[in-house]
Design a protein around this ligand. Structure first.
Ligand SMILES: Cc1cc2nc3c(=O)[nH]c(=O)nc-3n(C[C@H](O)[C@H](O)[C@H](O)COP(=O)(O)OP(=O)(O)OC[C@H]3O[C@@H](n4cnc5c(N)ncnc54)[C@H](O)[C@@H]3O)c2cc1C
Length: 385
C-alpha cells in the first residue's frame, strides 16, 4: 500500500503514541523509522527502568521559549492516564520518589506496550525519510526505499541528543521547509563542566539546593572529573548558564549559627572537624584546610566567609559549560511552538502537518516529564489527524 490517512515519521515514544490514537479513530497509519528497532530511547531511559511519567507534570516543569504551550496537552493526557494505560497492559511499576513512576522490571515493558498498541499500523523500520513534498492537500513522503502519500503527517523525529542511538535533524529541516522557526539546539539534562571544584572531590555526592533565575533545585549533586553531575547538575543544565548559580551544600543547616555556637561549646575543635560532622570530610577540608586553629580563635567575620562557602557558594554566570550532545538525555530547543496549535499539535502554517515529542522546543525537567510529554503530544496529534 502506498496511500495512508497518516504517515508518522519516527517510531519513538511520541510516534508510537500518535499511532495508537490515530488507529483508535480508524485512520490508516504508516510508521517509518530509520532505525532497526522502535523506541530506542525508551529502552535506555531511566537507566533501563524507564521513568515514564510524573504526577507533578505541570507546565512549570517544562522549558522552551513558551512552556505554557504544554498546558492543553497536559490537560488532555494526564499522568493518571499514562498510569491507567500501564495498568491496562498489566505492567508492574514502582513510585521511586513521590509521583515519579518507573517500570518495576525493565523499560522493555513500556516498549512492548507501545508496540502492541501500534499493531494496526504498517511499520517500516530501516527506512529513512529523505524529503516531504505537499501537493494539492496531499503529502508525498520520500524515503531511501520508495515514496508514500498521505493526508496528514506527524513529525515525531525526536531530538539530536545521544547520537549513539541513531538520531537525525530531519524534523528541523522539514519544519523549516514549511516555514517554522528552529530554536537553536543545546544539550539538556547533562553534566556541567567547571574547574571551580578540585578533582580531589570527584566521586562525592551530596544533597544540595541550587538557586538560579528565581527557581530552586533540590537534588543530589555528584562531583566528577569534569565538574558536576548527578540529578542536581542535570536539572541545572536546563537553565540559562549565563546567570549566577547559588549552591547550598547544607540546605538544612545554618552553618554560621552552628559554627558561632560551636565557638562557645566546642572551642577547641578545628573547623574541618566541626564541618565534617555534616559534610563529607574531603569537602570539609577543601572549604577550610586549617586543622591547627581552634574554632574559638576564629573571628565571626571569618566564620561568615566559611559559612557562605557552604550555604551560598556562588558560581558566576558563564562559568559552567554543558557537556556535549553525546552525553545529553535531551535537547533544549527544536521546532518553535509559535506556529503550532497547542490544542492539536497541527502546524498553523501547513494544514495536515503535525508535530509530536522532543522535536519541538519543549524540554521537560528530570523525572519522567520528557516521556510524559512525548506520550501526551503524540496522543494529541494522533487524535486530530
Ligand atoms: C539515556 C537517556 C535516558 C532517558 N531517560 C528518560 C526517563 O527516564 N524519563 C523521561 O521522561 N525521559 C527520558 N529520556 C528522554 C526521552 O527518552 C525522550 O525525550 C523521548 O524518548 C523522546 O521521544 P520522541 O518520540 O520524541 O523521540 P525519539 O524517541 O528520539 O524518536 C524519534 C525517532 O525518529 C526516528 N527518525 C529521525 N529522523 C528520521 C528520518 N529522517 N526517517 C526515519 N526515522 C527518523 C529516529 O530513528 C527515532 O527512532 C531519556 C533520554 C536518554 C537519551
Amino acid at each position: 500500500m502506498n496511500k495512508y490517512d497518516v504517515i508518522i515519521i519516527g517510531c519513538g515514544a511520541s510516534g508510537l503514541s500518535a499511532a495508537r490514537a490515530a488507529l483508535a479513530n480508524n485512520r490508516s497509519v504508516l510508521l517509518l523509522d530509520m532505525g532497526d528497532k522502535s523506541a530506542r530511547k525508551v529502552w535506555v531511559s531511566g537507566g533501563g527502568r524507564c521513568n515514564f511519567t510524573n504526577t507533578a507534570a505541570t507546565y512549570d516543569k517544562y522549558f522552551g521559549k513558551n512552556p505554557e504551550f504544554v498546558r492543553s496537552v497536559l490537560a488532555l493526557v494526564k499522568p493518571s492516564d499514562i498510569l491507567d494505560w500501564v495498568k491496562k497492559h498489566n505492567l508492574e511499576y514502582v513510585e521511586k520518589a513521590p509521583g515519579q513512576f518507573f517500570c518495576a522490571t525493565t523499560s522493555s515493558d513500556i516498549v512492548s506496550a507501545l508496540n502492541e498498541d501500534a499493531q494496526g499500523a504498517d511499520i517500516l523500520l530501516n527506512t529513512t525519510v529523505t524529503n516531504i513534498e505537499k501537493q494539492n492537500n496531499e503529502f508525498e513522503v520520500q524515503t531511501n526505499d520508495r515514496n508514500f502519500n498521505c493526508k496528514s503527517i506527524i513529525i515525531a523525529t525526536g531530538g539530536v541528543s545521544y547520537p549513539a542511538l541513531g538520531v537525525s535533524d530531519f524534523g528541523y529541516i522539514i519544519a523549516k521547509k514549511f516555514g517554522h522557526k528552529i530554536i537553536p539546539i543545546e544539550p539538556g539534562l547533562v553534566g556541567l563542566k567547571t574547574q571551580i571544584f578540585s578533582s580531589y572531590l570527584s566521586g562525592i555526592s551530596m544533597d544540595v539546593e541550587i538557586k538560579t533565575d528565581k527557581k530552586t533545585i533540590s537534588d543530589s549533586l555528584l562531583f566528577t572529573h569534569y565538574g558536576i553531575g548527578g540529578p542536581a547538575a542535570y536539572r541545572a543544565s536546563l537553565f540559562d548558564l549565563n546567570k549566577d548559580f547559588h549552591i547550598n551544600f547544607l540546605p538544612n543547616l545554618n552553618v554560621y549559627d552552628f559554627l558561632t555556637k560551636a565557638k562557645k561549646t566546642d572551642g577547641k575543635k578545628s573547623l574541618p572537624t566541626l564541618l565534617s560532622i555534616y559534610l563529607p570530610a574531603r569537602f570539609a577540608k577543601l572549604v577550610c584546610s586549617d586543622t591547627n586553629t581552634n574554632i574559638a580563635d576564629y573571628k565571626d567575620s571569618e566564620i561568615s566567609i566559611v559559612a557562605k562557602m557552604v550555604n551560598d557558594f556562588i558560581i558566576s554566570g558563564g562559568t559552567l559549560k554543558r557537556l556535549g550532545l553525546e552525553n545529553a538525555e535531551v535537547v533544549k530547543g527544536g521546532v518553535s511552538t509559535e506556529f503550532i496549535s497547542s490544542k492539536t499539535m497541527e502546524s498553523k502554517l501547513c494544514p495536515g502537518l503535525f508535530f509530536a515529542g522532543e522535536v519541538m522546543d519543549i524540554t521537560g525537567d528530570l523525572g519522567g516529564f520528557n516521556l510524559h510529554f512525548a506520550f501526551a503530544s503524540g496522543l494529541t496529534a494522533g487524535s486530530y489527524v
